[in-house]
Design a protein around this ligand. Structure first.
Ligand code: ZN
Length: 267
């Protein structure tokens, strides 16, 4: 079994902390990577954050997130994505993670929502290419299809990558893809196109569709098996720990970081 790649801390995992505190904690704990969400990045200020991240010697494995093409007006969504691309470029992020959006409010037209996403990706791709920012399409578990992402499977994401070409890749989050009977075949197909690898775990029973993720080893996902598929597909990047969890957010962030480090072994 290949060893897990270097650890990266997604800032949502330690949500009570500011970005400045998270950068400091990564440096102090010897965690080499970080992946900020835009809210904490903007709260700190993009230029200042970029400086602090650089000074701490951290690799930015991604910026969370762009997408949400189906919420509100097309022009506003595209503007927001263009700002996200500029922020990703400013902090030297490996990719902009794309959570593409669910059904528009009041709509039952799923094919139309998918078309809005497809068209939106095409519209922002030139800016992403010019900025050298990979758009990492993150398929989300189908339970989020209505409100977060009509992009539900890795196969669907790779079909879009085929169409978009240079500048597009996929973010593989084990929480969202572990159940897929076609996963092994699609991971092989993802060769050279994996732009991010996110880990957490699926608890049984899971008590919240979004905010009850487990740390690696707390649930039923065979993370090393999926990571081995990613390695076979040429992925040599980091393992980004992304835990959206009411439980872990209620704990001392220092203790959560220590747990994250020890759970790296389960990846
Ligand atoms: Zn993710």
């Amino acid at each position: 079994m290949t060893r897990a790649g270097p650890l990266s801390l997604n800032t949502v995992t330690v949500r009570p902390l500011t970005l400045a505190q998270t950068i400091e904690a990564c440096a102090r704990h010897g965690i080499p990577g970080i992946s900020p969400w835009r809210d904490v990045l903007q709260a700190m200020g993009v230029d200042k954050a970029a400086r602090h991240i650089r000074d701490a010697g951290l690799k930015v494995t991604g910026l969370c997130r762009g997408g949400m093409f189906t919420a509100g007006s097309r022009a506003a969504a595209l503007d927001e994505n263009r700002r996200a691309i500029a922020e990703a470029h400013a902090i030297g992020a490996d990719c902009l993670v794309m959570v593409c959006g669910g059904l528009p409010a009041g709509s039952k037209d799923l094919p139309a929502a998918r078309e809005i996403v497809r068209e939106g990706l095409h519209a922002i791709l030139p800016e992403a290419r010019a900025a050298g920012v990979t758009l990492a399409l993150e398929p989300l578990h189908p339970m989020t299809c209505a409100d977060r992402s009509v992009l539900s499977t890795l196969g669907q994401a790779l079909d879009l990558c085929d169409e978009l070409g240079e500048g597009a890749g996929v973010a593989v989050d084990v929480y969202h893809v572990w159940w897929d009977p076609d996963l092994a075949r699609q991971m092989a197909r993802a060769k050279g196109r994996i732009a991010g690898f996110h880990v957490c775990d699926w608890k049984v029973p899971t008590t919240d569709l979004v905010f009850d993720r487990g740390l690696p080893g707390e649930g039923v996902i065979d993370i090393p098996a999926i990571r081995a598929m990613a390695a076979a597909a040429g992925w040599t990047g980091g393992v980004e720990v992304e835990i959206l969890s009411n439980h872990w957010w209620s704990q001392d962030p220092e203790a959560v970081i220590r747990e994250v480090k020890s759970r790296h072994a389960f990846c």
